[in-house]
Design a protein around this ligand. Structure first.
Ligand code: ZN
Ligand code: ZN
Length: 629
């Protein structure tokens, strides 16, 4: 643009200014080139055009304006100036003018103005070609006016595949999947855009099974459709399906792009599937996929969540481009693996290195403090947020309440909640309730718990916590009452579930699960394990787990929590001396924690268990969390 202006200045100085032929490339470049300046084009158009100018110039500028002002207001005003100048020069707008105009109205959601122009088109009986009509349909869809969009669509005598795609995409955008599918079925001919738009809609609104059926019908699957489907599974908590689809994609010789790899790594992280994750990393290296900051963050996250924090840090250290999310992922990973000191060092390093931490970085650093019970440091970072110009949000308060609560400072935690400038949500009260139970404060627990089951009626965990608090303070009847309410409201408990990957296959266990093909061996081995660890003083603790299971389940299940079964399976199926890695969806209970500590000592195994909050690395009778979790 700078050189462009220099040349333009030469034209002016040499009095060669603005014969129409030289204006045209200047305006085209300024209006449409990514490095151009649209305002320069606009000024030239408004002040340097003459009667000899062509409509093409004006259309070019409107087209440029429509693109540049994407999402920003102001298009309406500038486009009116252009149209006004056209009128001064007696130039009539043509179909291209209107197509670009409506694209601009869509991009900046200028509903009133767009509707007036549509009205004018009808009133003046201007012939709308298919391009104008499609841009009008698109315009109404974007503005959420599906009835108007549909009327234009239905009343058109000439519609093409773009019209179909625009109207269907409009229904998808506005959340009306049944009408979108209805029209999709009626389409005379479909292209990639049609398939991907409906597929994307089904995934977006979590109709994953329907999406998969549609996906299987696609005659020619594009890379985009693979991305949509695989990331749909990964982001909706169905990591196993994401991995399966990824494998079938590779078997069809379809190369993965970086978006797919990010989703697949997230699926590996959710499952704790290290072998898969390693394989993806070697695929990335083999195919020379460029590791940008998003992909490197996904790799760090995967290794950290698989409990291999050293590998995560290797990826971190070798990343050429580090952005704030690369750091944040590493800080979070260190914290969850019990290496909070390094997490804080890395955070300080980030700040010193001139990258400003964002709101999520503070969540990572606060959770590091919370894992260790570092109250003062937690407050130090919490208070420094405001200095950095970041307003604490609900998540930050939740970390602080968790930190105070776990450190036993229940009064302070409650005070912090009351003094919050934003309305506390149930997650924050839930953190306090959890702390009340750990520190056996029945009085506060009752107050907070009753408040919670009134406001957050469908969350199973609240009822169970409250009923446990009652039970543990010898109020058996109140505990029973809470469980009755829970049953009455038909609230299902999310079952605890543990995953373990052996030879690339992920095995899944529920508490008291008898569905695995090796069930007999697993139970036999676990019973033997219990005999062994009892010699070291293990006493099955039933106080805390007594009500963790549903009524109809038998007492005997207490001893067979899912992570215990997974450990037994690990002992059977992995090499002696090798690491056993388990992923659990809810927090590990006291009983499992102390049992697994002893297993690591007796059987000389390193065992790592990732629960909902953090990693427990068990070794030689100790846990990396130092029994603080
Ligand atoms: Zn347990
Ligand atoms: Zn632990």
């Amino acid at each position: 643009m700078k050189q462009f202006k220099e040349i333009h200045a030469q034209l002016v100085v040499k009095s060669l200014s603005h014969p129409s032929p030289s204006l045209r490339p200047i305006i085209s470049f300024s209006a449409l080139d990514p490095s151009g300046e649209i305002n320069y084009a606009l000024l030239l158009l408004l002040f340097r055009t003459s009667l000899a100018s062509s409509v093409f110039l004006f259309n070019t500028v409107i087209r440029g304006l429509a693109r540049v002002i994407h999402g920003r207001p102001g298009f309406g005003w500038s486009s009116l100036l252009v149209l006004n100048r056209m009128a001064e020069l007696n130039l009539a707008p043509n179909n291209f003018t209107f197509t670009f105009l409506f694209q601009g109205f869509s991009n900046c959601c200028a509903f009133d103005l767009g509707r007036q122009f549509h009205g004018m088109l009808i009133k003046k009986s201007l012939v709308m070609d298919v391009f104008v009509r499609n841009s009008v349909i698109q315009f109404y869809s974007v503005c959420g006016e599906m009835n108007s969009a549909r009327r234009v669509f239905d009343q058109s005598d000439e519609i093409d595949i773009v019209s179909w795609n625009s109207i269907i995409n409009g229904y998808v955008r506005n959340g009306d999947m049944s009408e979108a599918l209805n029209l999709f079925d009626k389409m005379p001919k479909r292209n990639d855009v049609s398939w991907n738009s409906v597929l994307g809609g089904l995934v977006k609104f979590s109709f994953l099974d329907d999406a998969y059926r549609l996906f299987m019908e696609i005659p020619r699957r594009t890379l985009v459709s693979w991305v949509v489907m695989i990331s749909g599974y990964a982001q909706n908590g169905r990591p196993k399906e994401a991995l399966a689809l990824f494998r079938s994609m590779l078997s069809m010789d379809q190369e993965a792009n970086s978006a797919i790899l990010v989703s697949v790594l997230s699926a590996c992280a959710q499952l704790g599937a290290l072998e898969h994750g390693n394989w993806v990393y070697s695929y990335i290296q083999k195919k020379h996929v460029i590791i940008d900051s998003i992909l490197s963050a996904a790799l760090i996250d995967m290794y950290a969540k698989c409990g291999t924090i050293d590998l995560a840090m290797q990826v971190f250290n070798s990343s050429k481009v580090k952005c704030v999310s690369t750091y944040t992922t590493a800080i979070y990973g260190l914290a969850m693996n019990g290496r909070s000191k390094e997490a804080l060092q890395l955070f300080d390093h980030l700040r010193a290195g001139g990258i400003s931490p964002d709101s999520i970085s503070y969540i990572a650093v606060l959770s590091a403090c919370s894992h260790e019970g570092w109250v003062d440091r937690g407050f130090h970072y919490f208070n420094s947020m405001l200095d950095a110009g970041i307003r604490p949000e609900l998540d930050h308060y939740a970390c602080m309440v968790d930190l105070l609560g776990r450190a036993g400072l229940l009064e302070e935690a409650e005070q912090l909640i009351i003094s919050m400038p934003i309305k506390p949500d149930s997650a924050i009260w839930g953190a306090l309730l959890g702390a009340c139970r750990v520190h056996a404060n029945a009085e506060m627990g009752r107050r907070v718990g009753n408040l919670l089951i009134q406001s957050d009626k469908n969350h199973d965990g609240r009822y169970i916590l409250l009923s446990n608090i009652y039970a543990e303070s010898m109020k058996g009847e109140d505990a029973e009452e809470v469980r009755r309410t829970m049953r009455k409201r038909k609230i299902k408990r999310v079952p605890g579930c543990s995953l373990i990957e052996v030879d690339g296959v992920v095995h899944e266990f529920l508490a008291g699960d008898k569905s695995h093909e090796k069930t007999e061996d697993i139970y036999r081995v676990w019973d033997e394990v219990v005999k062994e660890i009892k010699k070291l003083g293990y006493i099955a603790e039933t106080r805390k787990v007594a009500f963790n299971i549903e009524e109809e389940e038998k007492e005997t299940l207490i001893g067979y929590h899912s992570e215990k079964l997974a450990v037994a399976f690990g002992l059977i199926c992995t090499e002696p001396g090798s690491l056993i890695r388990i992923v659990k969806n809810i927090r590990i209970c006291n009983d499992c924690h102390s049992a697994i500590k002893l297993v690591s000592k007796v059987f000389k195994r390193k065992i790592s268990v990732r629960d909902r909050k953090r990693y427990h690395h068990f070794e030689d009778g100790q846990c990396s969390c130092m029994d603080y979790w």
